[in-house]
Design a protein around this ligand. Structure first.
Ligand code: ATP
Ligand code: MG
Ligand code: MG
Ligand code: MG
Length: 475
């Protein structure tokens, strides 16, 4: 089943069940606590919090998402992209646990002829929050899932929040058993590559306060009991298209093939180059989607996210053997494949290409010189008997040669070195403070706008981190 069909079925199933179809919001979050939209619920957050009365009791969407912290997983696990599409259904004080569970089951296991996805129910494994007896009862007694395929897990996996104060609640996840070729049995509690998580049903009913990771106070009940769900479109496509990883699904595979064609590397021949090809496909798609929503490459906030991702794609193409510009061809294939679902990309084609090409040109201009600087620094570090590249070298590479920190980390690691990231960050902070002081000096006699800058900086530093991740932005 093609991605476009998966999406069409999603929307039409929930529309038939009384949900209002809501188009994807921009990746640029309309929320000061987030840089980019990491989940389908973001546009609905004010409804969950009771700040705005929802104009409908039920909604369905397919939301564009970016999760920067998942960058390390890309190409290595079979199921993490920096960009992906989250299919969601939402209830604002309407149906709750039983409604969400039974609807989800019907859609996943319903026959293809009747509009479902036709998954074999015996391959579905369920997790519930360890304290949630009610969800477990519904799965076992109402749906009839055998006890051994319902596992209880702790907060880390089965208690959902946005990584920042706001709505939260216990959740229940649906996982698909891909079979013994993906490793030992035992369910999602022990093997998340074989039992791949496809759908998270969040029972959104509490409001959380500030805190690290899962260590935060529950401030109280939300005004209503709500449902927020998220199913990864690419993950379901991977199952329905019977491929090994999300990068081999229809909309991404064409990008891999183009990258292979440009570098003369055959996908499937070697694990290391396969990872690089998958990184290129993922990162180029993310770059196009970000530029499409109006993000411009830069050294801060969203612009820096885009820069990191796009430069990483370009460098991986070099590692694969490309020596000239590649972005035009890659952008072209992404636009053609994603343009089917997002026609606005096609009308905006010229602008997207221009922004992407300028960023590639800027990077290629300094890549060679920067690489020489890095190589010298690596040799000096090793000669001095150290295995840690100094923070000021990483800062110089960032500041003068346009090397985002992950690029430096990656290139240093290839030569067996780590990087003094804390030192790098300290220098970045100092530079920012100098810039602020300069700006203040310049504005003497005028209104002091630096307070606004500080608010923006603080907002920029907060990145939603998905479920397990506590890492923040690189700077
Ligand atoms: P995982 O444990 O696999 O990292 P998650 O628990 O962080 O996933 P959720 O926050 O529950 O993910 O998001 C809901 C759904 O979105 C997931 O069940 C999955 O299908 C999909 N999803 C999450 N992160 C990604 C990603 N980086 N790439 C593709 N799909 C994703
Ligand atoms: Mg998870
Ligand atoms: Mg999850
Ligand atoms: Mg995750």
């Amino acid at each position: 089943m093609e991605s476009a069909e998966i999406r069409r079925r999603w929307l039409s199933f929930f529309e038939k069940h009384g949900h209002t179809v809501v188009p994807s919001a921009s990746l640029i979050a309309d929320d000061p606590t987030l840089l980019l939209v990491p989940a389908g619920m973001v546009p609905f957050k004010p409804y969950f919090l009771g700040e705005v009365t929802p104009p409908y009791p039920r909604a369905v969407s397919v939301q564009k998402c970016v999760r920067t912290p998942d960058i390390e997983e890309v190409g290595k696990t079979t199921r993490h992209g920096t960009f992906f599409q989250m299919c969601g259904n939402f209830s604002f004080g309407d149906y709750f646990k039983e409604g969400a569970i039974t609807l989800g089951w019907e859609l996943l296991t319903g026959s293809v002829e009747s509009g479902g996805y036709g998954l074999d129910p015996e391959r579905l494994w369920i997790t519930v929050y360890e304290g949630d007896d009610e969800a477990e009862r519904i799965w076992r007694e109402v749906v009839g899932v055998p006890a051994e395929r319902v596992q209880r897990l702790g907060k880390e996996t089965n208690y959902w929040d946005m990584g920042v104060p706001g709505p939260c609640g216990p959740c229940s996840e649906i996982n698909y058993d891909r079979g013994p070729e993906f490793g030992p049995e035992g369910g999602p509690a022990v093997n998340d590559e074989r039992y791949v998580e496809i759908w998270n049903l969040v029972f959104m009913q509490y409001e959380r306060g500030p805190g690290e990771g899962k260590d935060y106070p529950i401030l109280g009940d939300l005004p209503a009991q709500n449902i927020d769900t998220g199913l990864g479109l690419e993950r379901l496509a991977m199952i329905l298209q019977d491929v090994h990883n999300m990068y081999e699904t229809d909309t991404l595979r064409v990008v891999i093939d183009k990258a292979g064609e440009l570098t003369g590397v055959r996908y499937g021949a070697d694990e290391q180059s396969d990872v690089a090809l998958r990184v290129v496909a993922d990162h180029m798609r993310t770059s196009v989607m970000l530029i499409g929503d109006g993000v411009a490459p830069g050294n801060e906030g969203r612009g820096y996210v885009l820069r990191r991702i796009m430069r990483r794609a370009v460098r991986n193409m070099r590692l694969l053997g490309a020596d000239g510009p590649v972005v035009a061809d890659l952008v072209d294939v992404v636009l053609t494949t994603m343009g089917q679902q997002y026609p606005e990309l096609l009308t905006d084609r010229k602008r997207i290409e221009t922004v992407a090409l300028a960023e590639e040109a800027a990077f290629l201009k300094t890549l060679k010189a920067g690489t020489n600087i890095l190589d010298t620094a690596v040799t000096d570090t090793k000669n001095a008997g150290s295995s840690v590249l100094a923070g000021d070298k990483a800062f110089l590479l960032h500041d003068t040669w346009g090397f985002p920190i992950d690029l430096t980390l990656e290139m240093a690691a290839e030569q067996g070195l780590s990087v003094d990231e804390a030192g790098f960050r300290r220098l970045m902070k100092e530079q920012r403070e100098r810039a602020k002081a300069d700006a203040r000096a310049k504005k003497q006699g005028h209104a002091d706008l630096s307070a606004y800058r500080e608010v923006a900086d603080a907002a920029g530093a907060t990145e939603f981190t998905g479920y397990h991740d506590t890492s923040g932005e690189a700077t």
